[in-house]
Write a protein that binds this ligand. Structure first.
Ligand code: NAP
Length: 263
C-alpha cells in the first residue's frame, strides 16, 4: 500500500533555461513522466511565453513560488553559478546539465550544497556515461590517446564538458602516457588542446550534428576507438528524468551520472 502511494507521488520540477534547446526538451520530458510535474519555467529568453502550459518567468523566485522540489538547469556556466547558489540557499535540489564549469566551481558547489542536493553531469546520455567509463578502463592498456568531440555550431563552450571529464578520468587511470613527439607546430593548435595528462582534445563545431565523441587509443600494432553519437536531444532525457527522481537520495554534491546509475 505504502509503495503504491509512493509510486503515485509526484515531484515538483522547475526548469531554468526552459526556452533553450535543452531546457525545452527537458520541459517536455518532465510533462511526459507520470511521477514528475512541471510547475515552473525560468529563462532570460522568451519571457512571458508559455512552455508546456507554464508561463516562462525571468525570476528565480518563480521556483520558490511554485514550491519546486527539484530544479533542472541547462543554461550557461556564468548564469548557472548564480542559479546554484540561489537554489542551495532555498533548499531546492539541483539537477545541472550546464557545462563550462572550472575545477574551482566544482569545489564551490561541494561547499554550497548541504541542506539540499546537487548533481552536475557533463553528459546525461547513458551511452556517453558508458563511453567515459570504457575509456577509463582502457586507458592503462594504451600509451597514446586522443579525444575528438563534435558538436553543433551553437555550442558556446569548448572543449565540451564530456571531453574534459573523459581526459581527466583517463589521466587518473594511467601514468604511462607517451610524450607528444611534435617538435614544431606549423599552425598553432594543430595538436589540439591539452586535457588532463596532456591528452589532446580536438573540438569540432559543425552544422547538422548534435553531439558526438570519439576516444582513440593506440599501442603497438593496434588502436581502439570508442565512439558515442547523440542524434537527438531526447537521448539526454532518460538521464535527466532519472536524476530528478534520485537526487533526494544522494546527499550533498555529485559529479557525473555514474553513481546514480550504479556504475
Ligand atoms: P541554449 O539553447 O542556448 O539554451 C540556454 C538557455 O538558457 C537560453 O534560452 C538562455 O537564454 C538561457 N539563459 C541564459 N542565462 C540565463 C539565466 N541567467 N537565467 C535563465 N536562463 C538563462 O543552449 P542549449 O543547447 O540548450 O545548452 C544549454 C547547456 O546545456 C549548455 O551549457 C550545454 O553545453 C549543455 N548541455 C549539456 C548536456 C548534458 O547532457 N549535460 C547536453 C546538451 C547540452 P538567452 O538566449 O537569453 O541567453
Amino acid at each position: 500500500m505504502i509503495s503504491e502511494i509512493l509510486a503515485e507521488m509526484t515531484i515538483r520540477v522547475g526548469v531554468i533555461g526552459a526556452a533553450g534547446r535543452m531546457g525545452a526538451t527537458v520541459c517536455a520530458a518532465v510533462v511526459a513522466d507520470k511521477n514528475l510535474e512541471l510547475v515552473a519555467a525560468v529563462d532570460t529568453a522568451s519571457v512571458g511565453s508559455v512552455v508546456n502550459g507554464i508561463t516562462v518567468s525571468s525570476e528565480l523566485r518563480a521556483l520558490a513560488d511554485a514550491k519546486v522540489e527539484v530544479a533542472v538547469d541547462f543554461t550557461v556556466a556564468a548564469a548557472s553559478r548564480i542559479n546554484l547558489s540561489w537554489l542551495a540557499m532555498h533548499n531546492i535540489h539541483a539537477v545541472v546539465g550546464t557545462t563550462g564549469f572550472t575545477d574551482q566551481d566544482i569545489e564551490d558547489f561541494k561547499k554550497l550544497f548541504s541542506s539540499s542536493n546537487c548533481i552536475v553531469a557533463p553528459n546525461f546520455a547513458i551511452g556517453a556515461v558508458l563511453m567515459m567509463r570504457f575509456a577509463e578502463i582502457a586507458a592503462p592498456f594504451f600509451e597514446t590517446a586522443e579525444i575528438i568531440e563534435i558538436h553543433h555550431d551553437g555550442k558556446a563552450d569548448s572543449p565540451s564538458g564530456t571531453a574534459i571529464s573523459t581526459a581527466k578520468r583517463m589521466a587518473a587511470a594511467s601514468n604511462t602516457w607517451a610524450k607528444d613527439p611534435t617538435k614544431h607546430e606549423a599552425i598553432a593548435g594543430a595538436r589540439g588542446a591539452k586535457g588532463s595528462g596532456d591528452i589532446p582534445i580536438h573540438a569540432v563545431r559543425m552544422r547538422g550534428v548534435v553531439a558526438n565523441q570519439e576516444v582513440v587509443l593506440g599501442t603497438q600494432g593496434q588502436t581502439l576507438t570508442i565512439r558515442h553519437d547523440t542524434i537527438d536531444r531526447a537521448s539526454f532525457m532518460p538521464g535527466v528524468v532519472l536524476a530528478c527522481k534520485k537526487i533526494a537520495e544522494h546527499k550533498g554534491f555529485t559529479l557525473g551520472l555514474d553513481k546514480f546509475l550504479g556504475i
